[in-house]
Design a protein around this ligand. Structure first.
Ligand SMILES: Cc1cc2nc3c(=O)[nH]c(=O)nc-3n(C[C@H](O)[C@H](O)[C@H](O)COP(=O)(O)OP(=O)(O)OC[C@H]3O[C@@H](n4cnc5c(N)ncnc54)[C@H](O)[C@@H]3O)c2cc1C
Length: 382
């Protein structure tokens, strides 16, 4: 058995590329995007030019031919700058296209996956519904077979990128029975007459656009059913597991950003002739935060390594996501406390990071759902 705790030169080069991009081009866009609650669409094209949308996909399929570790590095660095930007990236380059890569026909890959990698088409993923995001098996959106295609009816809630997307993967039930095999994915090109998309206003990741969608008899042609009639539920589950490692990397980026801001503040702020960080209560907070981040970091990259080995299981993915997302939330709260009143002011980033971190103990499966998955792997029935 060999252990290697170093990133490769290729990994370091990916990190440098994303850091430079964030510093030189994207960081200047974040405040406006947050305040106007709109995502600057052209950023997708730039990500596409740099090969950042297809990092973990093989070159033979049009991707950049790197690995999940690289994908997590991209996420960590984007989230360090803005979780809203990173969320839009994730909904596109994982949730919206991974199932097409996995289960799509050559034609579907050509029409949707390849232009998405280039940033020419923006993607999203519609699984959650008003009657339950946590209980995927109970989803109600129906797909009715009609001449030449399907008619979709139902609703989807909190769908990232929907207001700006060119297509969405939409989960719908092709048979009335509540069994997993009846859940399929459809590639829905937008605009679609039957899709009524309402943009939602949010407390967290404001620059990432999110929507409630009413779907009424929306026609989708036969060639936009993904993976055949027998359902793509296993593909959805695999996609969610892998993405849980990815969003854990996002959480790591947020935690680091909050920690760095707190450390700088603790160094610069002088109270009674002493740096705030020299008060033991604050110094211990910073020490705990750095230890928590280090623990989350190794878990995240262990999860990524498991993806690259093809050995990731659902419980491991849930452990990684649970620890990293709760770390980001806890660290960002401590960062606010270290800032005192300044932590509540918008000119400091820590308040925004904390609001954004809250999204990640809910989105991609809540912490309670992660605990259920882990507990089931231990033989219990929560
Ligand atoms: C900003 C944002 C973006 C999102 N983007 C997308 C997207 O692009 N695509 C998409 O499909 N979804 C998206 N989601 C939806 C997200 O995945 C769901 O919000 C999440 O899965 C929780 O579902 P819910 O909101 O319906 O909460 P509910 O399922 O109603 O849960 C409410 C509470 O009950 C708890 N709970 C529920 N079931 C159990 C249980 N069995 N055991 C213990 N506790 C339980 C939950 O943990 C939670 O605390 C997004 C959400 C947000 C906030």
């Amino acid at each position: 058995m060999s252990l290697n705790f170093n990133f490769s030169a290729e990994h370091e080069s990916v990190r440098d590329t994303v850091r430079r991009l964030c510093r030189d081009e994207l960081a200047a866009l974040v405040t406006d995007a947050e305040e106007s609650e709109t995502f600057p669409r052209h950023v997708f094209k730039r990500w596409g030019e740099l090969g950042l949308l297809g990092v973990r996909y093989p070159e033979a399929d049009g991707g950049s031919g790197l690995d999940k570790v690289s994908d997590c590095i991209v996420r960590e660095e984007l989230s360090y700058m803005s979780q809203a930007f990173a969320s839009s990236w994730s909904a596109h380059s994982h949730l919206g296209i991974w199932p097409i890569w996995k289960a799509g026909t050559p034609e579907q890959r050509k029409r949707f996956f390849v232009p998405a990698l280039a940033g020419d088409k923006i993607a999203g993923f519609g699984l959650s519904e008003p009657d339950g995001g946590s209980n995927v098996r109970a989803l109600k959106t129906r797909a009715q077979k009609v001449q030449g295609g399907w008619k979709l009816s139902g609703s989807k809630l909190y769908i990232t990128n929907a207001p700006i997307a060119d297509f969405l993967l939409v989960a719908a039930r092709t048979q009335p029975e509540l069994k997993p095999e009846s859940i399929s994915l459809f590639i829905v090109e937008l605009p679609n007459k039957g899709f009524d998309i309402h943009k939602l206003r949010k407390e967290g990741i404001r620059a990432s656009e999110t929507a409630l969608i009413h779907i009424e008899e929306a026609f989708v042609p036969d060639d936009c059913l993904l993976g055949g009639r027998e359902g793509t539920y296993p593909v959805i589950l695999d996609s969610l597991s892998e993405n849980r490692v990815g969003v854990a990397a996002n959480a790591l980026g947020m935690a680091r950003a909050a920690f760095d801001a707190a450390r700088t503040y603790a160094n610069d702020r002088i109270i009674a002739n002493k740096r705030v960080g020299d008060y033991q209560a604050i110094a211990h907070k910073l020490a705990d935060m750095s230890a928590q981040i280090e623990a989350a970091r190794w878990l995240v990259y262990y999860g990524a390594w498991r993806v690259d080995q093809g050995t990731l299981d659902a419980a491991t993915a849930s452990r990684v996501k649970l620890v990293a997302s709760e770390t980001a939330l806890a660290v960002s709260e401590q960062a606010i406390r270290i800032h005192g009143g300044a932590g509540i002011m918008r000119e400091y980033p820590v308040g925004r990071i904390h609001r954004d971190a809250l999204v990640y103990v809910i989105g991609e499966g809540t912490s309670e759902v992660q605990r259920n998955i882990i507990a089931r792997s231990l033989g219990f029935k929560p």
